[in-house]
Design a protein around this ligand. Structure first.
Ligand code: CDP
Ligand code: MG
Length: 780
């Protein structure tokens, strides 16, 4: 072989890291996703390598071996080729030919709406166009918001690579619990929720010259609020700060400013800018849906431009009969495509992490049954809470001869564009928030997609050539779907949004200029809830310090309140763990049968997952159980002297998780979140201490914090949630599934074929009147 059998010298590794940009910290022996992605690209592009070596799939170890044995110069050449290829890819994007025109439009209009097919290059290219056109002069930045964390992360990584810079320098991202930016960041990708938080500290978003609201068609609640806020901010920034009439201060006839309360965000801060002029702000709204009218009308008849996309024909297939189990149908369809259809990757839309992981397992099982030569299939998951170094795997091409099956949530509908997809499997469902303002109950429910979503999904198959889309329902069902999805703001609990608005100085939340107004009942319910939690005073003003502290924490108000209370109950250590663990999906692996009552088989409970869970189980409830798991993982790491971030050590921890039926991805995320919130809480100066063995104290704190989620046992064994009156059952995944306790609190309401509550702990009913007298004393 022409390859020297030597290791790549360290110096060269460094220069390689610098060379590709964004990969400076890349270590050869690491199993980081960037590494994997790079290595798999190398494998497909590097000629003369023994490609047979990767036959068994995407095993990183094999990659490492190939690379280390390869000649360093070959690697460098390949990297040059890769840069060349990226350049060519960028040039061939539909958007590349209209760069000049787009920039002119942005210069001419303060608000521009850009509509373009998914994959045309909006998200990755437009910020770079703007940067090159000088929009970041004077140290100003371009901010791009995404509804989803994964999109913000993966796109930022891609753009850093395209620019040949290290991630976190010129190009960076910032999402809740993860900030990869620096003072030199000029192109910043972030979630829409995060920009809203930034506005709390900098009400005029003064460090940005351009803000791009991407994926606006998704109409997340944060996007909707952001649009209203940006409209105001832009208005203020376009005028001279001295001219106070524009921000709502009415002048008396003699010219003096009337001391009338101002409802605009950040007016108090504005006074600091008096006499100075804020630089103007450009707004760009980007959307994948063709209908830009609603945005244009809302934004004063803003100009909309359309980018011509490229779309190949996609054949749509429907099932002959309705399917009772779409997961099973999806798996069958995957294997049908694998054995009958030409090469090309498959994209499967599922509703969440649990489904994705269970389908992934099932596929692995099925593959084992096949003949060696039929097993050439790899699966890659992508969902929002996937650790960020694993997210990039979805973009890496499958090893030669293999078919890649991407198991994705809704995120792959428009937010991230994955190359190579030829087949789409669409079960026709999506997990969505749903809110009952009368009862004040929010839940996640699996609902049918809209027609617009179905079309977006099938479009993913026709990006690079003709494709096929398999809809797992009969054609007659398609006709029954809604045309488009209802904006999230109309189907969620608004207390978070209202707290944010109040903290931004918007006092009249009923009068806020929403693109589409949520119902009065929903706003009222949420205001009431915030008053009950003590975030707002009876006069609906933000309370100080509680309300202000709650607004600062990047959590649901009820959890922020729990942390504040816990510092008074001397159990903040415990509550931090609980809040972190409740912020992630399913810490325990649950057989999916349990999720659906129709398929629910009680015998399963005696199965393995139950037994494994037992050693962590606290008879008092799920909250202590979660703490036990967290602490057990800590103890395990300590006794083995394992360090976070060390790949070998992480592997050992993963094994421990597997043996204990704990979802290691979720646990890792929970650990990250824990350290982040801990940081916030320390900054706020809350007292972090532990109640030790005095769990009574901790349980009293749970009762004080979650009194709105208390439930009483009914004669028939079900529970009645006190605040809503809803009759619910304890979810089979709870350690209290078989409890006979009279009074409990819960954290989650799940609606499937029945109404369930999850994350439940036993409390003493008398505590409620004692600890939440403002709510319970009145009732009894
Ligand atoms: O935003 P839009 O849907 O218009 O497109 P984009 O996200 O800017 O993607 C443009 C192109 O970049 C797509 O063709 C993707 O294949 C590619 N891309 C990639 O290869 N890796 C990423 N992490 C992101 C985008
Ligand atoms: Mg995009």
């Amino acid at each position: 072989s022409k390859h020297n059998k030597r290791k790549v010298p360290w110096k060269f590794q460094r220069c390689l890291g610098n060379y590709i940009g964004g990969l400076k910290d890349f270590k050869w022996n690491s199993t980081t996703a960037v590494g994997e992605r790079l290595l798999s690209t190398l494998l497909t592009e590097m000629d003369g390598l023994e490609q047979g070596k990767c036959e068994t799939g995407a095993s990183t170890q094999k990659y490492e071996k190939v690379i280390i044995e390869s000649d360093a110069e070959v690697v460098l050449k390949v990297l040059q080729q890769r840069r060349q290829k990226i350049l060519e890819q960028r040039k061939s994007l539909p958007i590349a030919s209209v760069e000049k025109r787009l920039i002119e439009e942005v210069q001419k209009h303060d608000i521009l709406i850009i509509v373009g097919e998914t994959g045309s290059g909006k998200t990755t290219q437009i910020p770079q166009f703007l940067f090159n056109a000088g929009f970041c002069r004077d140290g100003k930045s371009i901010g791009i918001t995404q509804p989803r964390r994964v999109a913000a992360v993966t796109v930022a990584k891609r753009v850093a690579e395209e620019c040949g810079v290290e991630l976190g320098q010129k190009v960076g991202y910032s999402i809740r619990f993860e900030d990869v930016t620096s003072s030199s960041t000029r192109i910043k990708y972030m979630t829409d929720g995060l920009l809203l938080r930034e506005a709390l500290l900098d009400p005029f978003l003064s460090k940005y010259s351009v803000i791009i609201v991407d994926e606006a068609h998704e109409r997340t609640v944060h996007t909707d609020v952001l649009l209203g806020l940006l409209k105001k901010v832009q208005n203020v920034r376009s005028k001279n700060v001295e001219d106070h009439t524009l921000v709502g201060h009415k002048r008396a006839s003699n010219g003096t400013i009337l001391e009338k309360e101002n409802t605009d965000p950040g007016v108090s801060v504005l006074k600091q800018f008096q006499g100075r002029k804020l630089p103007p702000l450009k707004l760009i709204i980007m959307s994948a849906s063709l209908d830009a009218r609603v945005f244009s009308e809302y934004l004063g008849g803003a100009r909309a431009v359309h980018i011509q996309g490229r779309q190949f024909p996609v054949d749509i297939f429907y099932t002959v009969d309705p399917q009772t189990d779409y997961l099973d149908s999806a798996i069958v369809t995957i294997f049908q495509i694998h054995s009958n259809e030409a090469s090309g990757d498959i994209l499967v839309f599922l509703t969440g992490q649990e489904e994705i992981e269970s389908v992934e397992k099932q596929i692995q099982e099925n593959l084992k049954q096949l003949r060696e030569e039929d097993r050439k299939m790899i699966t890659v998951p992508i969902f929002s809470s996937l650790p960020s170094e694993q997210q990039m795997r979805v973009f890496a091409p499958a090893p030669p001869g293999f078919r890649k099956v991407i198991l994705a949530t809704n995120i792959a509908e428009t937010s991230v564009t994955i190359p190579g997809i030829k087949y789409v499997i669409d079960p026709g469902v999506v997990k969505a928030r749903s809110y009952d303002p009368v009862r004040g109950m929010e839940s996640l429910v699996v609902v049918p997609t809209s027609k617009a979503q179905a079309l977006q999904r099938s479009g993913r198959a026709g990006r690079e050539g003709p494709g096929k889309c398999f809809r797992l329902y009969p054609e007659s069902e398609f006709e029954k779907l809604e045309d488009s999805t209802k904006p999230e703001i109309k189907r969620c609990n608004l207390s978070n949004v209202i707290l944010q608005l109040k903290a931004l100085g918007v006092d009249d939340v009923f009068g806020f200029d929403f693109i589409e107004k949520p119902s009065r009942a929903a706003i009222k319910k949420s205001v009431e809830e915030l008053i009950l939690l003590g975030a707002l005073t009876d006069e609906c003003k933000l309370s100080d310090p509680v309300g202000r502290q709650m607004a600062r924490l990047p959590l649901d108000p009820i959890y922020s309140k729990a942390l504040i209370l816990a510092s008074q109950f001397n159990c903040l250590e415990e509550m931090l763990i609980v809040v972190a663990m409740l912020s992630v999906d399913s810490i325990f692996y649950e057989p999916r049968e349990k999720l659906d009552e129709a398929l629910f088989n009680p015998l399963f409970l005696i199965g393995q997952s139950r037994t494994a869970k037992k050693c962590f189980t606290s008879p008092e409830g799920d909250h202590l159980t979660l703490i036990n798991v967290y602490r057990a993982s800590n103890d395990f790491m300590e006794t083995r002297k394992l360090q976070v971030g060390n790949n070998k050590h992480e592997k050992v921890l993963r094994k421990w998780c597997r043996e204990n039926f704990i979802n290691s991805r979720s646990l890792r995320l929970a650990r990250d979140i824990h350290s982040q919130i801990r940081g916030h809480v320390e900054q706020m100066g809350l007292c972090i201490s532990s109640c030790g063995d005095d769990t009574l104290q901790f349980h009293r704190c749970l009762a004080a914090a979650f009194f709105l989620n208390a439930a009483l046992k009914q004669p028939d064994g079900k529970y009645r949630a006190l605040a809503s009156g809803e009759v619910v059952s304890i979810h089979p995944s709870s350690v209290l599934f078989r409890t006979k306790a009279d009074c409990i609190i819960f954290n989650e309401f799940v609606k499937t074929s029945d109404k369930y509550i999850r994350n439940v702990t036993i409390i003493d009913g008398f505590w409620l009147t004692e600890l939440a007298p403002h709510y319970y004393a009145k009732e009894e």
